[in-house]
Every structure is written in C-alpha cells, then in structure tokens.
Design a protein around this ligand. Sequence first.
Ligand SMILES: [Zn+2]
Length: 192
Amino acid sequence: MSEVLRQKVLDLLSEALTFQLNFVAPPIHVRGDGLFRVWAAVTARKIGVRVGPLPPDTAALYDKVRNEFVFLSSSFGNTYGEKAAIFHECVHAMADIEHTVARAVAEEAAAYVAELMYFRKLISGGRSARDAYGPGLEPPQAKADEIAERMLYVDGVWAVPVPDFLELQDIILRHRTYAHLTRADFYPNRGV
Ligand SMILES: [Zn+2]
C-alpha cells in the first residue's frame, strides 16, 4: 500500500465530487454517489493503492481481481493528464463496486469520457483538452474530448451521443494499449 498515492486518490475523488459529474454512457452511469462509493472503499481499505510494474503504454491501472489501483510510481498523479488518468481508473473501480455488466470496450469508452470531462474541468477556462494538449492526446482521448463537448441532455440527464460513443469504442479497439481486447470481452466486475 502506498499511503502517498492512497491520499492522492482520495483527494482526487473529493475534488471530482465537487465537479458533480453526472452522465450516462450506456450501460454505465458516471455520477457522484457511485464515485463516493469508490472513495468509501478506498477509505475503508477495501480497495488498495500500490506502486507496481505495469504493461507497456500503461501508467495507471485498476485491478478488478485484486481490488487495487496500481500506478507506475509514487509521484504519479501530479499533472492534469495524470490526475485525469487516475479518474479514468476510478470509473473502472466504480463499475467493479456496482457489479456493472458491460462489455469491456464500452466500460473503457465511458472511462475515457469521464477522464476527459474531468480533464476539461481541471484545465478550466472553457478550453478543450485538444486545444490544451493537442498531439499529446492519444486517439481515444481526443475522441472522448469531442464527446465531452457534444453531451446531450435527454430525459433529465446528460448522455453521450450514441454514434460518437460507438466510434470511440472502435478507436479503443484499434489502439495498441487494447490489443488484447475484443468486442465481446467483459471485465470481471465482482465487487470489492
Ligand atoms: Zn480503462
């Protein structure tokens, strides 16, 4: 357990809760009470936080079998991009806690949209992540940034535009980080 990183995850979730992110990316609903449950599980040490080796191209991970966040180093999470990456992993933790039944690629897409919505809140000033980071973004992040801009208000809740959300899933499946993933895969969301 890394106490420094554990505190960083808790601080980040407290901050994220003040942003009141609330949107549906079917079948996942990213919202405050779900993220609060992640905060509570980390606080109760039902979810661990540690530094460990990670696959290539990966700086942060939520391990659904061991119920822990794994980061490349204890200094991870200082830049806006790294903070947003931690938030992405929090969405995976939320899905685990809630026993979400979702195809893995849909869960990844929801996590990317959450990551970029959070990133945009952090950089503030109404700038898009594409403006702020340009070519520094990976293709799934650039598409998720676009989706963050195009969110639709439907039946009293913000929702991702479905064609763009499906396109994001295709982009994820083509990305080198997800070479192991197929469209039919599910993540093991068995609770913490
Ligand atoms: Zn992910």
